[in-house]
Write a protein that binds this ligand. Structure first.
Ligand SMILES: [Zn+2]
Ligand SMILES: [Zn+2]
Length: 134
């Protein structure tokens, strides 16, 4: 039989071909540096930096650098923040899942109007292609 192709199917193929890059776990150091206090997308408050200080008390003096073993943080962000590698914004775990599995767009990238290096017009053109009308 015939299969009706809707634009949403094409959009799905587009996302399959060009998936949204995974967001990376944000260390306490980076969180501190960025000073991010809430998710950019949903405004949910992040665990405050004081949480890190409280946890550090139990550990020995050898943790002066504050470096957490990678094995400990694998897959889960200690700071509760997840960063888009493109726009650098911080998001919560809920938005991480939602953006990668449902909307396939980064709210930070879509709302980022700062000019990048290179041709501004070209950037805008690329961006329009990625946008969808739902
Ligand atoms: Zn969020
Ligand atoms: Zn982004």
């Amino acid at each position: 039989g015939l299969t009706l192709i809707l634009s949403t199917h094409l959009a799905r193929s587009y996302h399959h071909l060009f998936p949204l890059k995974n967001w990376v776990e944000v260390s306490w150091e980076e969180a501190e540096k960025a000073g991010s206090v809430a998710c950019l997308a949903c405004q949910a408050p992040f665990p405050p930096l004081s949480v890190r200080a409280a946890r550090g008390k139990g550990k020995g003096k050898g943790t002066a650098t504050g470096v957490i073993p990678a094995s400990e943080t694998r897959g889960v962000s200690e700071s509760g923040r997840y960063a888009c590698q493109v726009c650098g914004n911080h998001f919560c775990i809920d938005c991480d899942v939602f953006c990668h599995e449902v909307v396939h767009n980064c709210p930070g990238c879509l709302s980022d109007t700062r000019p990048r290096q290179g041709d501004q017009q070209e950037v805008d053109g690329d961006r329009m292609e990625g946008l969808e009308t739902q």
